[in-house]
Write a new protein. Sequence first.
Length: 85
Amino acid sequence: MRPRQIGLGAIRRISSFEPVVICEQCNSADGTAKKRLCLPANFTFSPSEIREFVYATPHGKHLIRYDVAQSIFVRGTTRAPLFFG
């Protein structure tokens, strides 16, 4: 009996976000913000969140608002208190 070969096409990729077109600088802003703010490696900003903290300039360097990125991280990882009563 021959071993079964599974091609790369058989592997399903799991993604947290819908496919979108994003420029290289906006894409790298995710990693830059995570590194500067010491965020967990497994945390990823969504494309709409990146839009909130990156000021894109055409044909120029994008500006990253680290204070906004931090607040997005806190907002996304802080749970509201549970009330029983």
